[in-house]
Design a protein around this ligand. Structure first.
Ligand code: NAP
Length: 535
């Protein structure tokens, strides 16, 4: 066994080289800090490195889903499509790494396995699976809210004779389904993107659906040069307008301030049609109360079910594809030909909602007394969202407190950025923040700027540690929950609630409303980090 290499002093260690890690490294260096990114993958890119299943693409328009911190970058970069596909997003991440000279600060192929706060020296001692350790003042978890893939514990999964793919961990060599019978489990955003493309290639595709998904059309296509030119003529103004939107995006199509209940059926139908024609998340803004009032929500949901019925020719398949839960409660899917795919003769839908998957067998899958045969299995079964990555680490705060104990009843946090008992640790886009409801790049830039400014403040004021207080943390978690109570988000079993993972504590994790959240974070900082203890 090789001896661990000696600890090296650093100011900041950043875990993850996705968009959050890249920008954090840039900001830390700008602030004169000695910083290093440690990344388990052999490449930068995070989500866009791992999620390379057929059809993977962003569901926020690319002119918005991109960094705003560098005017030169946003002028220079050209997106080819309205919604960029995974390869282009990965090229963008690499471009950012090169353009800002970040590569020499990024250590790839190194998985952080644990970290413990040493109270005597007020530093985090971080360990990696390579045997390396680092001693750092600040630890920034830029690990992403959707980075721990969820593989359900299906009986017999290991016995399957063919290949098993997870959408969140897709192979880097081409996967060819030509002539193959494919089974896919799941119908969330990943599956909704993958199913149309796999169906085009495979001989036969069987979709195992537990909960039907709402999907609105992306109407993806080449980026309109006139739109690009208009945005680039005043990119700063466009970004500023988006920052005032609840999700940090969508200022070109703001929510209609009218209630769905205040208009007659003809006007309502026309409004839904218009937003359906435009496509994307703006559909949920057809009326302002779709995510707030179950009666308004039911009208939007029924409109989509009508679209499913008029698209899918087989009435029984259309019935099964028609979701029953409130629309938007689970994240809305943005699709290209999803419902149409069920008109193909080589695609069939099997409902596993009432009768779960009993077992995976060497030749396929069994449910409700029936066997289904396929040659390859795709798991589009999502993520242990928001907490999974940290909970899989040996992360210990003051007194050796493990994160698993701290978060046993749910992810206690303050501002989604900090955890009481875990000084000088920052979580980018963590539970308790608005990240999951926003254009995540907006959230990332906001968090990274806040963290960098916070570190600068500590240095300027001769402070060595900052730590969320328990009262501030409790009040924050109550606030996040109270905001959710005023919406439809507590009416279904979503990953926002942890309800997709058996045994995970149910706690509503994301916060709705970026502008008031950003104001609160600014206010906390302006008041000398109210709710934190500084030492
Ligand atoms: P997901 O939305 O959690 O979907 C997972 C699917 O697997 C669901 O249909 C789920 O059913 C099903 N499933 C899980 N365990 C199962 C089991 N034991 N038996 C049968 N079915 C099971 O995951 P995702 O599709 O990977 O998306 C997660 C999030 O990532 C999205 O909400 C989005 O935020 C992001 N994402 C974005 C894009 C994009 O367009 N840019 C693409 C992909 C992902 P239930 O619904 O019943 O739990």
């Amino acid at each position: 066994m090789t001896e661990p290499k000696p600890a090296r002093p650093l100011d900041v260690l950043i875990v993850g080289a996705g968009f959050a890690g890249l920008y954090m490294l840039h900001r830390a260096r700008q602030g004169g800090l000695a910083a290093r990114v440690v990344e388990s993958a052999p490449s930068v890119g995070g989500t866009w490195y791992h999620n390379r299943y057929p059809g993977a693409r962003v569901d926020i328009q690319s002119m918005e889903y991109s960094f705003s911190f560098s005017p030169a970058l946003q002028q220079a970069w050209h997106w080819s499509e309205r919604y960029a596909a995974q390869p282009e997003l990965l090229r963008y991440a690499n471009h950012v790494a090169d353009r800002f000279g970040l590569r020499d600060g990024i250590q790839l192929n190194t998985r952080v396995s644990g970290a413990a706060f040493d109270e005597d020296i007020e530093r985090w001692i971080v360990r990696a699976d390579t045997g390396e350790t680092w001693s750092v003042r600040f630890l920034v978890m830029a690990t992403g809210p959707l980075s721990a893939p969820n593989t359900p514990a299906f009986d017999g999964l290991d016995s399957f004779a063919g290949p098993v793919y997870h959408t969140a961990n897709w192979p880097h060599e081409p996967v060819d389904f030509t002539g193959k019978r494919v089974g896919i489990v799941g119908t969330g955003s990943s599956a909704v993107q993958a199913i149309p493309l796999i169906a085009q290639q495979a001989r036969e595709l069987t979709v195992f659906q537990r909960t039907a998904a709402y999907a609105v059309p992306a109407h993806n296509g080449p980026l309109d040069p006139a739109f690009e030119a208009r945005i680039k003529a005043d990119y700063a103004g466009f970004r500023a307008r988006n920052l005032r939107m609840s999700g940090g995006f969508g200022s070109e199509l703001p929510p209609n301030p009218v209630s769905a209940l205040a208009v007659g059926p003809t006007e309502r139908e026309a409004a839904f049609e218009e937003r359906w024609r435009i496509g994307g998340f703006g559909f949920l803004g057809t009326f302002h109360d779709i995510l707030l009032d179950e009666r308004a929500n039911a009208l939007a949901a029924e409109f989509v079910r009508g679209k499913i019925r008029s698209t899918v020719r087989d009435p029984e398949t259309a019935r099964l594809l028609s979701p029953k839960q409130t629309i938007g409660c689970k994240r809305l899917c943005v699709d290209t030909g999803y419902y149409e795919t069920y008109n193909r003769p080589n695609v069939r839908l099997v409902d596993v909602g009432e009768h779960p998957i009993d077992a995976i067998t060497p030749t396929g899958l069994e449910t409700h007394g029936r066997a289904y045969a396929f040659d390859a299995l795709v798991l589009a079964t999502g993520f242990d969202a928001m907490t999974g990555t940290l909970m899989r680490l040996d992360l210990r705060g003051r007194g050796g407190l493990p994160i698993q104990q701290k978060w046993r009843a749910g992810p206690l946090n303050y501002l989604g950025l900090a955890i009481a008992g875990f000084p000088n640790l920052f979580n980018v886009a963590g539970p308790g923040s608005t990240s999951a409801f926003t254009n995540v790049i907006v959230s990332i830039e906001h968090h990274v700027n806040w963290i960098a400014d916070c570190i600068a403040y500590l240095d300027a004021h001769g402070r060595s540690t900052i730590e969320a207080t328990e009262p501030a943390e409790s009040a924050w978690v109550a606030h996040v929950n109270a905001v959710a109570q005023r919406t439809v988000f507590l009416t279904c079993n979503s990953w926002y609630l942890g309800a997709n993972i058996p045994g995970k504590p149910r706690m509503f994790m994301p916060l709705l409303g970026f502008p008031p959240y950003a104001d609160k974070c600014a206010d906390v900082a302006n008041k000398g980090y109210e709710g934190f203890a500084l030492a």
